[in-house]
Write a new protein. Structure first.
Length: 320
């Protein structure tokens, strides 16, 4: 599959640091990009359009300065995530700021991206749309998107329910363009496996929360290091959309998990707790998080694992 020119010679790995609500900040985005990983953030994380304007100016300024002083190193492009669902009342205002800065890469979700695609293409930018089903992908392709992001079972936050092996192959039957895969990818072996499966990029979120540059509570990072898959719950009880949360963060907020199961929607009194703020999301990739690392060390580790996987002949053990 062809990689868009925007990414050519600018990546140290075929990885996008996913936009994470209340997690992704300019510090995380800039650090990822400086290390050759696409950095992104949801426009919602900047609570006002004025702040969004400031963030985009900061990101572009610091990356331009880094490119000027480090011309030999790959510096990845950055992206902004726009929720295009009709319920997003700030979409028009956010789009105006994105247009002002001519953001090179826009990630859309939860709706029809056609208008955003038309607008972003005017300045030569790219639009990838995230989906959880093949029919969603077909609609996005009809809207003219440049790439598809498949959010499969095991992803952090709002995750799909379809196995990545099935969904990647289904979408590859009708889409030959850029494809990113999300769902429990937490190391270089996973990045390589995604390529073998048919994806051009790995879309990783949870692993990047456990970095020094992620501006979240220290307890969140510690919880990720300590967590196993059994510490996650996939439920729509709190937000109305199925999402993977860390159980310890829910009980920490004073909610009794024994009152419901992941398959039952019940009314709970959350008291003063806020599901978006107090309940921390994570994907199945928590099983591979052993340490909180600086971004530079994490990317070096991912590269070493990836290169080792690339160098290992496929099915070598089976042939012995």
């Amino acid at each position: 599959m062809a990689i868009p020119a925007l990414f050519k010679n600018k990546l140290s790995l075929p990885v996008i640091c996913a936009p994470m609500f209340l997690v992704s900040s300019p510090k995380l985005v800039i650090s990822a990009c400086k290390n050759g990983i696409v950095g992104s953030f949801p426009s919602f994380n900047a609570r006002t359009q004025d702040l969004l304007d400031i963030w985009l100016s900061q990101i572009r300024s610091e990356l331009d300065e880094h490119i000027a002083t480090n011309p030999e190193g790959p510096v990845a492009p950055f992206a902004v995530n726009l929720v295009v669902h009709p319920s997003n009342t700030r979409l028009s205002s956010d789009r105006a700021v994105v247009k002002k800065h001519q953001v090179p890469f826009v990630i859309t979700s939860q709706g029809n991206p056609a208008e955003v695609v038309e607008e972003v293409h005017q300045w030569g930018g790219l639009v990838f749309h995230d989906v959880i089903r093949a029919d969603h992908a077909k609609k996005a392709i009809q809207a003219g998107v440049d790439g598809i992001i498949i959010v499969t079972a095991g992803a952090g936050g709002h995750a799909g329910e379809i196995n990545p092996f099935a969904l990647v192959r289904e979408i590859r039957e009708f889409w030959n363009g850029p494809l990113a895969l999300a769902g429990a990818i937490n190391d270089g072996m996973g990045v390589r496996a995604a390529e073998v499966l048919g994806a051009d990029f790995s879309y990783m979120g949870t692993r990047f929360i456990a970095t020094e540059e992620a501006e979240v509570e220290g307890d969140y990072k510690t919880m990720l290091v300590d967590a196993r898959v059994s510490d996650l719950i996939y439920t729509d009880t709190f937000t109305g959309v199925k999402c993977n949360f860390l159980k310890p963060s829910i009980t920490r907020a004073g909610v009794d998990l024994t009152k419901f199961t992941a398959k039952t929607h019940v009314d709970l009194d959350l008291g003063e707790s806020n599901a978006w703020k107090d309940f921390w999301s994570a994907g199945h990739g928590v099983t591979g998080i052993k340490h909180v690392l600086p971004m530079t060390e994490l990317v070096a580790q991912l590269k070493e694992e990836y290169c080792s996987a690339v160098a290992t002949p496929a099915f070598s053990s089976a042939r012995k």
